[in-house]
Design a protein. Sequence first.
Length: 324
Amino acid sequence: MVKAIVQHEHGGPDTMKWEDVTLGKPGPGQARVRHTAVGLNYIDVYFRTGLYPSPLPLTTGMEAAGVIEELGEGVTSFKVGDRVAYAGRPVGAYSEARIMPVDNLIVLPDSIDDTTAAAMMLQGMTTEYLLQRTFHVKQGDTILFHAAAGGVGLFACQWAKHIGATVIGTVGSEEKAELAKAHGCTHTILYREEDFHKKVMEITDGKGVPVVYDSIGKDTFEKSLDCLRPRGLMVSFGNSSGPVTGVDLGILGAKGALYVTRPSLMVYNATRPDLEKSAADLMKLVASGAIKVTINQTYPLSEARKAHEDLEARKTTGSTVFTV
Ligand code: NDP
């Protein structure tokens, strides 16, 4: 028996209960991982509410670090005692221990402790694919990144600065603006008070940006399109304010023959070589000090409810980790 956050119905944070669950033995291609730290991500909210469908009972969570306790038949690429981390499906990270396919595991170097790993894998590898593969951000580019002081946001500010790009970041408060700037964001826009389209056009001398990274969704989608230069790319990668629905393709033409993509980490890191390269690129930048993993909130896993309330109330900044 282990303790885990379990939901018997989708809904608000109060549907998450701290319960005993039975863990089976790892099957072929699987490992039992004893968690030492678990990451909080906005995607956990989508699973909790049912926006992203999943069967019940549900243990949400997609990111953790820990130690391999037992291996299933035929697994030779890992050994018991390996310190590992993961980010991605299947859900179930909000638990003291779990069964996980070994294909999703990455062995941690000594230089990265478990808490840091649980804070960086999902948001860091997301930043990797967004800036290197969805759109290849280059030195001299100016990009617009929404929620720049959030978990993914602080990784993105630092990674883009390392590349030599200029980041225009939207943020919800003055304090968040300071934080984003301290992580490499050049221009901050308080998008709850200011018209971010107008500000982007001022900053770019009316040209617009070649790419917008928009994880806010419903509230910012249309105005984000206006910030693009002709044939620019809209990267809509999240739904923090609600999903984007019913897009009229005609507006892409009218606003400048724009491109739109809706990427996901699971697709970009679906193969083992892609996952390994993504993790290695991230770990290299963390080890070099180019990216600092900023953990601004820590909660016991049993208090996942409070963490979700704070995340949805926009009270968190940077990364959040659960202690186990
Ligand atoms: P964040 O730490 O960025 O938290 C979300 C932030 O969004 C808030 O702090 C807030 O910042 C902003 N926000 C704006 N409007 C709202 C709203 N109505 N409700 C709540 N928050 C709002 O979370 P993560 O770093 O975990 O994730 C960021 C986004 O990236 C999420 O949308 C997530 O789903 C997405 N994502 C997508 C992935 C993919 O592969 N497609 C992978 C990983 C993350 P502020 O106050 O500054 O506005």
